[in-house]
Design a protein around this ligand. Structure first.
Ligand code: 5AD
Ligand code: SF4
Length: 472
């Protein structure tokens, strides 16, 4: 499906347009008159790709004079960065939009913007414009860089502003980013997806796969390292196909070797890996690059070959199991996590039992489990034999009954052992961080350890987290 000749244009974003300069001036004047900066509040739904898009939105807003607030009631601009992957994500957005309507009634000057994956669908944009007519700005995943212009039109020209581009060949480099954490950072390596798994809406809303130039990625990570960042997570819908449409021949494995050399970076993570593209070279790269975490998130989705075929996953159960075997042979301590969908159209009891069998065979370190959700426009939505909700729910519960004890068993293997943990957050002298294997650990310690990698002995384990104590 990938078009090798798909021409990608790397563009720097423009920050010198008349509208941007005027918006900045207006915000500056507001500051002088009111003694405070205009505030924004972003509600982010969905995956890490969206989390990172919100960091770009925050960066754009900061660059034109806004400041962040945690309290949506205080905000002059509320932004919904939406997700469309499953129906419940969509319903949550509509529910929350209803709540914000009341806020806007109390504060008519407040601007409300809706962006993200949902806005890439015309029928949903129309629904928002009709049902939530108080929404001032609509933009999409390809138009984040246009946000200041859209605010200008809404605020100064008092126009409803909509900025949508269905698919784009442009990658916008140097977009300002306001990252949530200093010591760990999300970094895009590819955008979009060409795989068209039949249940998934992502290829329709995020467009064709585009890889960033390796030099741009390296430059960004070097700057992060200089700023004190220790861990990067490389983001792509399918990181394993990185480089496929670049002129320069470069693979994901090559990229890992280059990033591994960057001083200051101590941990490299990536997600998501598609089993059909996980190469021996990549396994070797994980082995040879000391900074690459021994953790791979490798969505299996289902255990039955017939279901995998109808999902258009392009691998078999046997291939997946052989990958797991290879990974564990070369990297005995690697953690393997996964995504599983229950109740795909036509899934029989036997198919489902194959998923259970897969879970028992692989013994995943952890898994995200999902009820299949019918997404308009996808091939699976048109398939016959959609599974009734009650059957889906029963299978889902049965899956968890098998999965959770395995995850707990895996955590128990950590008891008494010492792991380096990158401390991420602190609350009342309770620190939280992750091991290289992506296990969440809570332990006592002082606030100044946030951002440090410390050795922690595991003293207690649960299914979703572990507890431990710092070694002096
Ligand atoms: N229904 C349920 N789960 C889905 N996913 C993607 N699309 C759907 C859907 N329509 C899951 C897949 C994917 C993860 C990000 O979301 O498991 O790996
Ligand atoms: Fe969706 Fe499949 Fe692409 Fe992942 S690889 S984003 S599941 S189409």
């Amino acid at each position: 499906m990938t078009d090798k000749n798909y021409e990608i244009i790397s563009e720097d974003i423009r920050t010198d347009s008349d509208k941007i300069i005027e918006l900045k001036n207006c915000n500056e004047q507001f500051f002088i008159m009111e003694g405070r900066r205009k505030k924004y509040h972003i509600l982010t739904y969905g995956c890490q790709m969206n989390e990172h898009d919100s960091e770009k939105i925050a960066g754009m807003l900061t660059s034109v004079g806004y400041e962040e607030t945690d309290d949506e009631k205080q905000a002059d601009l509320v932004i919904f960065n939406t997700c469309l992957i499953r129906e419940n994500a969509e319903l949550r957005v509509f529910g929350k939009l209803g709540e914000v309507k009341g806020l806007k009634r109390n504060n008519p000057h407040m601007l409300v913007a809706v962006c993200g994956c949902m806005m890439q669908r015309q029928e949903i944009r129309e629904k928002v414009l009709k049902k939530f007519s108080f929404v001032d700005i609509i933009f999409g995943t390809n138009t984040i860089h246009e946000l200041p212009m859209l605010i200008y039109d809404a605020e100064i020209n008092k126009r409803k502003s909509v900025g949508i581009v269905d698919d784009t060949k442009s990658i916008y480099e140097n977009m300002p980013k306001r990252r949530k954490f200093k010591h760990k950072a999300l970094v895009n390596i590819t955008y979009g997806c060409d795989n068209f798994c039949t249940y998934c809406v992502v290829p329709y809303v995020r467009g064709r796969e585009k890889s960033r130039e390796p030099d741009d990625i390296i430059r960004e990570i070097k700057a992060l390292a200089e700023d004190g960042c220790k861990e990067v997570t490389l983001l792509g819908q399918n990181v394993n196909s990185y480089g496929r449409n670049l002129d320069k021949k470069v693979t994901f494995a090559d990229l890992l070797y280059q990033i591994n050399k960057i001083d200051g970076i101590e941990r490299i993570r990536f997600m998501t890996s598609h089993p059909k593209d996980l190469t021996d070279d990549l396994i070797t790269a994980i082995k040879e690059c000391g900074k690459v975490c021994r953790h791979v998130h490798l969505p299996v989705q289902a255990g039955s070959n017939e279901v995998l075929r109808r999902m258009n996953r392009k691998y078999t159960k046997e291939h997946y199991l052989s990958l797991v075997e290879k990974l564990r042979k070369d990297l005995p301590d690697i953690a393997i996590t996964t995504d599983i969908i229950v109740g795909f159209p036509g899934e029989t009891e036997e198919d489902f039992l194959e998923t259970i069998d897969m879970v028992k065979k692989v013994r995943f370190d952890s898994a995200f489990t999902f009820l299949y959700s019918m997404r308009e426009g996808t091939a699976a939505a048109k398939m016959e034999n959609q599974i009734p909700d009650d059957v889906k729910h029963k299978r889902f519960d049965r899956l968890l009954e098998v999965l959770y004890p395995i995850v707990l068993e895996k955590n128990k293997e950590c008891l008494g052992k010492v792991f380096p943990v990158l401390v991420e957050t602190v609350e009342n002298n309770r620190l939280t961080g992750r091991t290289e294997h992506f296990r969440l650990v809570h332990f006592k310690g002082s606030r100044d350890l946030v951002g440090e990698i410390v050795n922690v002995r595991i003293t207690k384990v649960k299914t979703f987290h572990m507890e431990g104590e710092i070694l002096e």
